[in-house]
Design a protein around this ligand. Sequence first.
Ligand SMILES: Cc1cc2nc3c(=O)[nH]c(=O)nc-3n(C[C@H](O)[C@H](O)[C@H](O)COP(=O)(O)O)c2cc1C
Length: 356
Amino acid sequence: MPSAEVEARFRALFASRPVVLAPMEDVTDAVFRKLCRDHGAELCVTEFVNVEGLLRGCRIASRKIDLAPDDRPTAIQIYGSDRDRLAEAAAVAEASAPAYIDINCGCWVPKIASRGAGAGWLRDPSAMVEMAAMVVRSVSLPVTVKTRIGWGPESDMPIVELARRLEDVGVRALTIHCRTAKMGHEGAADWTWAAKARARVNIPVLVNGDVKSGEDAVRAIETTGCEGVMVGRRAIEHPWVFAECRAMLDRGERLAPPSALDRIALCRTHLLANVEARDEQHGVQCTRRHFSGYLKGIAGAAALRQGLNTTNTLAGCLAILDEAQARVERGLSATDRPVLSREQLLSARSPDPVGL
Ligand SMILES: Cc1cc2nc3c(=O)[nH]c(=O)nc-3n(C[C@H](O)[C@H](O)[C@H](O)COP(=O)(O)O)c2cc1C
């Protein structure tokens, strides 16, 4: 049983219609969690952590559950196909004092789901409920489940009855990704399933899938009665979405979009933090998936992106961003060529890093 203090903190997490950063493998690491928190995410969930890695003490798994004092509230998500191993791994994760332990019952990727982990649990809802009961008993922190509405179109969607059964065995909150496992990330999320499930339980439910704006957040919460929303892919390209959702939920206010300078500054901040947390090459590489979204709408973004995506050094990327910033500040688009004299052109030693 959670202590009264843990209990109170857990309840508080869901009391303010939270906008939660989704667990995303290779994305929702400590650096990205901080960045999203700085942009208004109130609660974060780690990327999923494999129970076998955790139980073996594998370095990568251990790093994923290592939560710094300023990385809170963050929940740790675990995944696996064996209920005993999940229960044991939950106890290991508990030692990092996360806000709660979340069990992944939603990953559709064949190499995970076909082995019975992730959304594989949806093929046998009774086994999922028994597994969740076991995990609940193995830790004193609250345990939650993130799942989908069902396995595939050929089956009835089990989510409504499943939500009630999970609540009965002590699961303290649910996140419902409103697609089937078979849909993967394709097709529209159907929030009506979250509404139906929420109507059957007394625990908080987060609605997930296709929440991309403040307007979406309001609509998702109002039409489902859920306690909050979870945002995944939109955050990768636009972490400002958290502040936008918050402003719309709290004040009905639509925030002005980030300026070109904000966008360039975010590229720089994320790049520097990733390089500091890793080695230079890996830090530069793993920031690339974000550049295209961060730079959206800036004049000359395509050339900028191309430059950043083909430059392997931190110094090179920073030079490109400095140059882009200088151009914006001078009122030029990122692709406007500087007007250089023939002499200047001939004496130019270093090539323009953006290749303009
Ligand atoms: C790159 C990527 C990695 C993901 N990794 C995880 C994961 O580790 N655990 C999990 O529960 N869901 C994972 N998901 C699913 C998201 O958490 C979320 O449920 C899904 O993207 C739908 O939300 P969205 O429409 O806001 O993106 C991942 C999604 C993406 C795009």
